[in-house]
Design a protein around this ligand. Structure first.
Ligand code: PMP
Length: 391
């Protein structure tokens, strides 16, 4: 039956993470594989009350079709939050999506012809790679030195490959947890403007800061409108809600509106109304602070356990925020091949290879520290060390 599908279907792959998550559903497996928040922190009661209030107010419009751009008071609220972060935005610059994953898909739909080049970090978020690939993009990366950008290489990649889009997650990146410095952000903003290339700044983790300075977004540093910023409530509220937003120039928002109409008309009216209620009646900032404190402890614990369990050879990133640590084993190890052994030892991770757009093999893995409990972190890192036999 393959021949009946469109060419682009040949470029659609099963998400490796979904396959690995099947392993993690088996009993007693400790999973560092998913990118899941800690479910015990979801503000269940406040979200329930928000839904009760908007449904109980006697206003049937909460169940009506809505505008494609999204519920205006929520867009105004998000615009105010963006301005507080130094991003110039009015409600007209905000576009609501079903999570930032949909934002990535809609932007790809707007900008990518088959064969167009997307310039990205190596490694990068695999959900973005998967989406761009389904629009038949080619991928080029630029050099990074232990998380930092090699700026001359970035500029020469732009000149050489003429990318149609640049995709970056500059703050507590998935999968490495690394963060661009202020100078790197300024330089990237300048390059995007100079060469007039749309730059996607994907920022799901920016609020999850455990130490270090609050760095300005690339969007807030850009003089022109090239930067398209993606935000989401997935990590600060709950990913199952499926609510995110795009901040962009009005001309881009107008195109996104047409693209989204063809996809799903608009994001759930009830979800947007309940989220707006939550943001304006409960203390979202306090909730994020609770998340920060919990994840910081888990990050500290994972780093400490790694030090005990891998005294030599292996190295890892020390993220100042986000949800992930990137562990690299010595040359010669293949984390993809080791995964069945890990599964047998009842511990799971995501092999690094899946985050490389052009599939370079490697000896790295992504470890999540937000979802496992402290006890699971201790046990799981020891199980990992035992199967890797590097200590
Ligand atoms: N971008 C990055 C970098 C991510 O890590 C994720 C989720 N893990 C997403 C986008 C998608 O997030 P969502 O659709 O839940 O907003």
């Amino acid at each position: 039956m393959m021949h009946v599908y469109a060419d682009r279907v040949n470029h659609m792959e099963n998400s490796a993470i979904r396959e690995i998550l099947k392993v993690t559903e088996q009993p007693n497996v400790i999973s560092f594989a998913g990118g899941l928040p800690a479910p015990e922190l979801f503000p269940l009661t406040d979200i329930r009350e928000s839904y009760d209030r908007v449904l109980g107010a006697g206003d049937p419009s909460v169940l009506q079709y809505g505008t494609t751009e999204g519920y205006l008071p929520l867009r105004e609220e998000i615009a105010a939050q963006m301005r507080a972060k130094g991003i110039k935005a009015e409600a007209d610059n905000i576009f609501l999506t079903n999570g930032s994953q949909q934002g990535l898909d809609l932007i790809a739909k707007l900008f990518l012809n088959p064969g167009d080049v997307v310039l990205l970090q190596n490694p990068s978020y695999l959900g973005a790679i998967q989406t761009f690939r389904s629009y038949q993009a080619n991928f080029k990366s630029f050099l990074t030195n232990e998380g930092g950008i090699n700026l001359p290489d970035l500029e020469s990649s732009i000149k050489q490959h003429g990318p149609k889009l640049i995709y970056l997650a500059p703050t507590y990146q998935n999968p490495t947890g690394t963060t661009f410095t202020l100078e790197e952000r300024q330089a990237v903003a300048r390059l995007a403007s100079q060469y007039g290339i749309p730059l996607i700044e994907d920022d799901p983790y920016g609020e999850l800061r455990y130490e270090g300075p609050i760095l300005p977004s690339i969007k807030s540093l850009a003089a022109e409108d090239e930067v398209i910023y993606l935000g989401t409530f997935s990590k600060t509220l709950a990913p199952g809600l499926r609510l995110g937003w795009i901040v962009a120039d009005q001309k881009i928002i107008a195109k996104l509106t047409v693209a989204k109409q063809g996809t799903d008309l608009h994001t759930s009216t009830l979800l947007q109304r309940a989220t707006h209620y939550y943001l304006t009646h409960f203390s979202a900032a306090e909730h994020v602070e609770k998340i920060r404190q919990t994840y910081k402890l888990r990050r500290d614990l994972m780093l400490q356990e790694l030090k005990f369990a891998f005294p030599t050879q292996a190295r890892w990133t020390e993220p100042t925020g986000g949800m992930f640590i990137w562990l690299t084993l010595p040359e010669g190890y293949d984390t993809d091949q080791l995964l069945p052994r890990a599964a047998a030892a009842k511990v799971a991770y995501v092999p690094g290879i899946h985050f490389f757009a052009n599939g370079e093999s490697n000896s790295s893995m992504r470890l999540n520290f937000s979802n496992p409990t402290p006890e699971q972190i201790k046990q799981g890192i020891n199980r990992l060390a035992a199967i890797m036999k590097v200590n």
